[in-house]
Every structure is written in C-alpha cells, then in structure tokens.
Design a protein around this ligand. Structure first.
Ligand code: ATP
Length: 341
C-alpha cells in the first residue's frame, strides 16, 4: 500500500451521492442466490505493532522475506456492513469513512474493505451489494496496518451479513490475497509471520504490555520504506531473517523489561532516513520513562513500551509536551483480532 487517495474532506466521507441505508430487508436473487438480512453487522478490529521486524534481502518478486512478530494492540477501527437499498448499484460495494483522518482513506474500490467484500462475494457467486462504513481510529499510513485491519473486518462482517459460512481457512486465504498484514488482523493476539508476513504461527503471551504510540504528521509509504531499506543495504549481503529466541521467550514470560531489551525493527533506519525528525520523538519518549522506543513497522508512528499503565500515562504526557508528534495514544496488547460486536 503506497498511495494516498484524496477523498472529499469532511465527515463522513461518502463515495456516491446516494443516501446510506441504515438497515433493512434486502433480497438479491441475482445468479440464483437469495440473500436476506435485516441487520447491520459491526466488526471491531485492532491495530498492530511489530515487536520484531527482521527483513531479508529483496526477492525476485520484489517482496522481502520477513520474520515478523506481530502484537495486536487496543486501537480500533470499526466496520459496519449494511445491505444496499433496492435500486442501488449492486456490483460495487459502497464505502463511507468517518473519523479525523477520513479524508486520507480511499472511498472507492481500492479500499481494502471494498476489495475484501468483492473477493468474498465472487467466491460465493453473490453480488457485493453492501454498504461498508468505516469508523477510522487507527492512524492512516502509520505502520499500524489500518488498511489491513479494515480488509479483515469487512470480510468478517460480510461473511456474517451474507451468511456465507466461510471456513477460517477460506477467510485466511482471502486475507493473504488482500495483503501481507491482513491475516494477522483477522487472528489478532500475537503471531510470528514468515514469508511476506502472511504465513502465521500464533504465539503464546504471558501478560499484558502497556504501549504508547506517537502519531506523526503525514504518513510514510510502506513500499518507499522498503526501497530505502534496499538502498541502505546496496552491495551488502542481507542475512536471512530469523525470529529472536529472546523475544519469543520474553513474550511467553510476559515481562516488560525482557521484551523491551529484545524489541527490534530492521526498517527503523530506513524510516529514520526518510523522516529524520522521528529521532526526536524516539528521544522524547525515552526521556519520558519508556523502557524502549522504536518505529512501528514502516512508520512513521513510533511505539514506546512502558512498565505499567501509570508509566504509560507519564510517557504519553512527556510526548505531548515535547511537541514532536501530532497525537499520542495509549493502548494495551495483546487483544483479539477482528470480531463481531
Ligand atoms: P502497514 O502497516 O500494513 O504497512 P500502514 O498502516 O502503514 O500499513 P495503512 O493505514 O494501511 O498504512 O494505509 C496505507 C494506504 O493504503 C493508505 O494511504 C491508503 O491509500 C490505502 N488504503 C486502502 N484501504 C485503506 C483503508 N481501509 N484504510 C486506510 N488506508 C487504506
């Protein structure tokens, strides 16, 4: 995901002139299927932070092999799926977005929520006749997998709305087709991602970790950060990425000090190279008492691990006072993945 798709400003951002259906009975007998649903389905889905992001050299397909340890954290988007009213164009999902950064989110078919609905519908011989409303709270283009989260949430919501009864394996397969981080948004908790990050092994976590996130002004394009990673490693052999045993042990034990000592992100030098000001944010969080500071995924959101909730609040206050970021959020992890609420 690399581009920003400007959408009309204001809230909610609406993709077409039609009024939104709030709920209602909808029958779609196209292609011989009848879908009948009276209710909207709302799915809540968390953001992620990478507690380890080990990156290998560029593969022939342009992707990078990863050892990617994901932790789902309690910053959430919500996606509500509602049947389209009779007479609406039933070939394309309708997307609306609300929230402070709604204008940065594409409200067309490139939205991962729309693509998820289209893929599920196509597999089950249905029309993607759904209105998906996204309440956006995960920073956009912030390295916290917000778009991936909406893709996973839309899939769960449409599966429930249409009664497709897709198996977990089918949903995970569609997620992997949508993007490398999407399967983890479905699963949540903590997991090791191999391959591009989509081959998941769930991980045991022995406690709750307290995080502070500093949201930067503007986003960073994930492909641009990988290109910078490649540039910084030009002419050097990049070792095969491996999960850190120390990190996995720290997660199992649930101790913040041990996890802080083991956090790592191979994309951090590339993100700092593209956005040198992030160094000031990392320093401000460390000075505020964070056990460890790192760039979240491809950035530019920065993540700070704190000893407990009180320490997290103190780090948050220090970051707010530093003037080095646009917004500060406190969240705990692990939390479950995409769930109907
Ligand atoms: P990741 O951590 O998975 O690399 P990210 O958190 O850095 O991703 P996203 O918030 O997922 O970045 O957004 C990246 C781009 O994806 C956006 O600039 C936008 O153009 C596009 N996009 C598509 N669908 C969505 C969506 N539902 N929400 C946000 N962005 C979306």
């Amino acid at each position: 995901m690399s581009e920003h798709h400007p959408a009309p400003s204001g809230e909610p951002v609406v993709s077409s002139g039609e009024a939104a259906a709030s709920s209602g009975q909808h029958a779609d007998s196209s292609q011989g299927h009848t879908v009948s649903s009276a209710d909207s389905i709302t799915v809540r889905v968390p953001a992620k932070v990478n507690v380890q992001l080990a990156v290998g050299g560029a593969r022939p397909d342009g992707f990078h092999d990863l050892a990617n340890v994901f932790l789902a954290v309690g910053l959430y988007d919500e996606v509500t799926a509602t049947p389209l009213p009779p007479g609406a164009d039933t070939d394309v999902p309708r997307i609306t977005v609300s929230g402070p950064d709604a204008r940065l989110v594409p409200a067309d078919r490139s939205n991962l929520a729309a693509r998820a609905a289209e893929l599920l519908a196509a597999r089950h011989g249905l029309r993607p006749a759904v209105h998906l409303h996204i309440v956006k709270d995960i920073p956009v283009a912030g390295g916290m997998a917000g778009g991936s989260a909406d893709g996973a949430a839309a899939l769960v919501a449409c599966d429930a709305l249409w009664g497709t009864g897709a198996t977990r394996e089918e949903l995970l397969g569609i997620c992997a087709e949508l993007g490398s981080d999407v399967p983890f948004s479905l699963v949540g908790g903590a997991a090791l991602g191999r391959g591009r990050g989509e081959l998941l092994t769930p991980l045991e976590v022995g406690g709750t970790f307290h995080w502070v996130f500093a949201v930067a002004d503007g986003g960073l394009s994930t492909p641009a950060v990988y290109r910078e990673f490649d540039r910084l490693h030009e002419g050097r052999a990049v070792p095969a990425p491996e999960p850190s045993e120390g990190l996995l042990a720290a997660l199992r034990a649930g101790g913040a000090d041990a996890l802080a000592a083991a956090l790592s992100n191979d994309l951090q030098p590339a993100a700092l190279s593209l956005r040198p000001a992030l160094a000031g944010t990392l320093e401000a969080g460390a000075a505020g008492g964070a056990l460890a500071s790192l760039v979240s995924g491809s950035g530019p959101t920065t993540a700070f691990l704190a000893k407990d909730r009180g320490a997290a609040d103190a780090v948050a206050r220090a970051l707010e006072a530093s003037g080095t970021c646009r917004a500060v959020r406190v969240a705990e992890g692990p939390v479950p993945g995409a769930r109907v609420v």
